[in-house]
Design a binder for this molecule. Structure first.
Ligand SMILES: [Zn+2]
Length: 575
């Protein structure tokens, strides 16, 4: 490809609304353009990179026996109703009607449709199977942002495994796990495998692959000592034991004028409460509407509720924080003065960290009053003890008790054990060894292609621009001809270009009539791993310069061996 004929619209400035480095660089370097919120066009450079990512994923899927499909983006409402997800998914699904008024979903994932295809399987002898595709997905994100990291339309490799039993699923899951490790390795980063919530997919086990990055939106807890790692939606920790004072015979009400928050109460002082109540001695009371019931959730004042943990442990269709009016009608007080002592029939769920705690302080359900001396198990009718809290940096690892780190990450892949969540409602059954009908046991496995492109940029860039790993670079080599109007210079560049291209290398010839500074800046910005500079001065000495984008090291090559050396250098770095 000749740069003079290529569409590579580089920009001088970052897009105004961009925060993530990958967003800035992919737009500035001419890889992508935003069409509307969360929807991007890929330009030729972006398409070249995503095709290389796709080729790597396809290769590794085929290696584990995957068979490639292409299923539609438009799905009939009826199929999503059979799985129950037409109602459970909510606003994230794009829905439309055809001219006859029939409901259609734009596919946000393809469990239902692949399960329908798999329903043609008849016998355990046909299992296992692995089906996959690369297909557009549509998700109406509430807050699309960070450029290509969180979008509303994107390409996903989704695969699905079909087995006769759980042991088969375990093996398919493990094969995918290993394939994903290879994929991320070849894409150029170390992904951390973490335990995760299965969320809207259902099923009981899922593992996310995460890239540590400031641009991420997911937090994980990980143990540098033993390797334990989990999404904070799932992570647990070991807390140091607390020795509470015995407290009072029974809770005692005291005035707390103007106290509305945990911090207010921690710094509050009065005769009855001379030392205030540190956040870990307070009981925080939240009210949630769960399927039309008011439920009280209790946590230590210093803890944060994980809504995902709550959703994963309570089987509910709908869940949201109660409004101020709902809270007042249930408890007769405002948020800031709530408590669970003496609340009668209201359902109370307490976080495990409150178990055994005494001499605690909580709201009295009377504005401007609190209770002290509360013994959680003695004074509160807890109906369920659950793990509801988010793990915090420095808490003990659940495996080895060393301090946990909490990191910001980008999710680059996610694998799920689905079990029979979809095969039962959609009647994908086979006959087993004994001739009995059994639902197929499924797994599903996803990698977002454009998000991985952005993640690679997050992991590989410097002040001058992108620094692509060889495997995914849009071009592997750029040949910069410094004086294209000089016949010798141009012809030497052309000859080298032909020879390198003939070696199967993706090479770009910068034959533009631009100053050398502009050419070098553009090449650095778009991130091509090797640059060969062909200039009159070098040619007079019979050399060209080879420079590595990553190490910045440059060396002169004799012109007659240059093509060979460049080809070798590139092949050496392909993996
Ligand atoms: Zn550990």
């Amino acid at each position: 490809m000749r740069w003079s004929e290529a569409f590579i619209p580089t920009l001088r400035d970052d897009p105004a609304d961009a925060e993530a480095v990958s967003h800035k660089l992919l737009v500035r370097a001419g890889y992508a353009r935003q069409l509307m919120s969360g929807v991007y066009s890929l330009l030729p450079l972006g398409q070249r990179v995503t095709q290389k990512i796709t080729a790597i994923i396809r290769h590794e899927m085929n290696e584990i026996g995957g068979q490639e499909f292409k299923l539609p983006s438009m799905h009939p409402r009826e199929v999503w109703e059979r799985s129950g997800r037409w109602d459970s998914v909510g606003a994230e699904m794009f829905r439309l009607e055809d001219r006859r008024g029939a409901g259609i979903a734009l596919g946000m994932t393809h469990e239902e449709i692949f399960t329908l295809v798999a329903a043609e399987l008849r016998s355990y002898k046909q299992l296992p199977q692995v089906f996959y595709q690369f297909q557009s997905k549509f998700r109406d994100e509430a807050r699309p942002k960070s450029g290509l990291l969180r979008v509303r339309e994107f390409t996903m490799k989704d695969s699905y495994s079909f087995d006769i039993d759980d042991a088969g699923l375990d093996a398919s899951f493990q094969r995918h796990f290993e394939a994903y490790r290879k994929i991320f390795n070849r894409l150029g980063f170390d992904a951390i495998a973490v335990e995760a919530s299965s969320g809207a997919m259902g099923g009981d086990t899922s593992i996310e692959f995460m890239l540590a990055s400031e641009a991420g939106e997911d937090w994980i807890a990980s143990c540098p000592a033993c390797g334990y790692a989990a999404n904070v939606e799932k992570a647990v920790s070991k807390l140091a034991p607390v020795a509470d004072a015995d407290g009072l015979e029974k809770p005692s009400k005291f005035a707390t004028p103007g106290v509305r928050t945990i911090e207010d109460l921690a710094s509050f002082r009065s005769d009855e409460c001379p030392d205030g109540a540190a956040a870990d001695r307070q009981i925080k009371t939240l009210v949630y509407r769960i399927d039309d019931n008011d439920v009280l959730l209790l946590l230590r004042g210093c803890d944060t509720l994980s809504e995902q943990k709550l959703m994963d442990s309570v089987e509910a269709q709908a869940m949201r924080p109660a409004t101020a009016e709902e809270i007042r009608s249930a408890l007769g007080a405002s948020p800031g003065s709530l408590g669970a002592v003496g609340v009668g029939d209201l359902y109370v769920i307490a976080d495990e960290a409150l178990r055994g705690r005494r001499d605690m302080v909580t709201g009295a359900n009377d504005d401007d009053f609190h209770l002290r001396g509360v013994d959680v198990e003695r004074d509160i009718d807890v109906k369920a003890w659950l793990d509801l809290r988010e793990v915090e940096e420095g808490e003990g690892c659940p495996m080895c008790e060393r301090p946990l780190a909490v990191l910001k990450t980008i999710e680059v892949g996610h694998i799920f054990k689905l079990g029979t969540r979809y095969s039962e409602p959609l009647e994908a059954n086979v006959l087993d060894q004994n001739g009995a009908t059994r639902p197929i046991v499924m797994g599903c496995y996803g990698i977002g292609v454009e998000r991985n492109m952005a993640a690679i940029v997050e992991a590989h860039h410097d002040d001058a621009g992108i620094v692509w790993p060889m495997n995914v670079a849009p071009f592997e080599v750029v040949i910069s001809v410094l004086k294209p109007k000089d016949v010798d210079c141009r012809e030497a560049g052309e000859r080298l270009y032909e020879a390198v291209a003939a070696g199967g290398i993706d090479v770009l010839l910068d034959d533009r009539d631009e100053r050398p500074g502009v050419k070098f800046k553009d090449a650095d910005l778009i991130g091509i791993p090797y640059r060969v500079t062909v200039g009159p001065k070098g040619l007079a000495e019979g050399v060209v310069e080879l420079k590595s984008r990553r190490s910045n090291e440059a060396r002169d090559l004799k012109i007659q061996h240059a093509a060979e050396t460049v080809i070798e250098a590139v092949l050496d770095e392909r993996r």
